[in-house]
Design a protein around this ligand. Structure first.
Ligand code: ADP
Length: 386
């Protein structure tokens, strides 16, 4: 829930940022456009004004201009009284303010440039020249721009949300695992800690007998193992993987060497069918743990005089045993945390039911798959496909 809210918040912030950026870019563009248009209008009107003034008869030359041009010109004396006033100026009061003003005439818009006329350094009158304003597409363009910006922002929000969700996913999963750890730890620690407490009570009641102290110590060791295993499970994270090319043939042989003595003690024979120099991209420490987990289960759940066959090919690792097998109903649960078929076993040395959960997690982190086949009474086969 919190991650969902963070995603929305991040996407919204990102969208506001992009929208602001678009608005700034748009404003700069439109301001530039406006200035350019203004400059062009002024240059055009000034050119027309110069054409009139450069005529030999000066401002009076307006009378020599063709009628349509005359309509757009006004000449006044120094006090602003019209000397010549085109019909365009009919109800426009004269103002000696220099520069460009814009007036509306019906559906048309006109730009008027006003400039004083000088003689011997004195203002002797004013000349106004008008021309039709270029069509004003700026407001339509601005509207379009805002519309497109809103659309882009909407798109940004959706993409931002997707990215935020994807980026936060590992953190969310990590948090879920830690939550799971807290729940599992508080649930699973209660029984062994109660046992430790009972043993210590008994030890206190009978200080001469150290067997209860030994029991309490063993109980605490179990608790430590449980916490360590749970932490292993919680910490396993795709980002923490240090993948490299691992010679899994050598690694499997090394793990088998370590377990050989234990297998002999259990009177279990190990049959190695390991292809040479098989390499996989994996985290070596986790891969070692995976092989060790499958192997120790195959030895632990075997019968006396049984065999564990470890087969490594280019694509898979198979560990099969000749033990008691797994009941069909239990097959779908053996990868669950704390699942043990034989619940009578109650201490860490017998198993916590976390080994296969850890194995499955390692397999998932490497994007591999693990399958199990088992017939009760004749053994089980675990296959990891790379
Ligand atoms: P444990 O610590 O109990 O070994 P695991 O997660 O490794 O926990 O295994 C879960 C359960 O799956 C075991 O308790 C056992 O019932 C069953 N199991 C796992 N491997 C085998 C196997 N090779 N043969 C029979 N049963 C197995």
């Amino acid at each position: 829930m919190i991650f969902r809210r963070i995603s929305y918040w991040l996407a919204a912030q990102f969208t506001v940022f992009v929208f602001a950026l678009l608005l700034v870019t748009g404003s700069v563009y439109f301001a530039g456009d406006l200035l350019q248009r203004h400059g062009e209008t002024r240059a055009r009107l000034e050119r027309q004004m110069m054409q009139i003034l450069e005529r030999p008869s000066g401002s009076r030359a307006v009378f020599l201009l063709p009628p349509f041009q005359r309509e757009r010109i006004r000449v006044t004396d120094a006090l602003g009284q019209p000397v010549h006033s085109g019909t365009l100026y009919d109800d426009i009061p004269f103002s000696p303010r220099r520069g460009i003003t814009t007036v509306e005439r019906g559906n048309e818009s006109y730009d008027i440039l006003t400039s004083p006329l000088f003689q011997d350094g004195q203002i002797v009158g004013y000349l106004q020249v008008a021309d039709r304003s270029p069509p004003n597409v700026l407001s339509t363009r601005a509207l379009m721009f805002i519309l497109v910006s809103v659309l882009i922002s909407g798109f940004t929000f959706i993409v931002g949300l997707l990215f935020a969700r994807r980026s936060l996913k590992p953190a969310e999963q990590m948090m879920q695992r830690l939550e799971q750890f807290t729940q599992d730890a508080s649930h699973e620690l209660r029984t062994p800690l109660t046992a430790v407490s009972t043993s210590l009570d008994l030890a206190l009641a009978d200080p001469g007998d150290i067997t209860h102290i030994t029991e309490a110590k063993k109980g605490l060791k179990d608790v430590t193992t449980l916490v360590e295993r749970l932490l292993d499970l919680a910490r396993l994270d795709a980002f923490a993987l240090t993948k490299e090319s691992v010679d899994i043939s050598a690694l499997t042989n090394a793990v088998l060497d370590v377990h050989e003595a234990h297998a002999q003690r259990m009177n279990v024979h190990i049959d190695r069918r390991i292809a040479e120099a098989v390499h996989v991209s994996a985290d070596p420490a986790l891969l070692r743990q995976l092989v060790a987990n499958l192997l120790s289960n195959a030895i632990k759940f075997n019968r006396k005089g049984g065999t564990v066959t470890v087969t490594l090919t280019k694509n898979s690792l198979t560990v099969s045993d000749t033990g008691s097998g797994i009941a069909a109903a239990a097959l779908s649960h053996i990868f669950d945390r704390f699942y043990r078929e034989d619940t009578a076993r109650s201490n860490a040395a017998d198993g916590l039911g976390l080994g296969l959960a850890l194995t499955k997690r390692i397999v998932d982190l490497h994007n591999w798959s693990i399958t199990v086949e088992s017939t009760q009474g004749s053994g089980s086969t675990f296959t990891v496909t790379f």
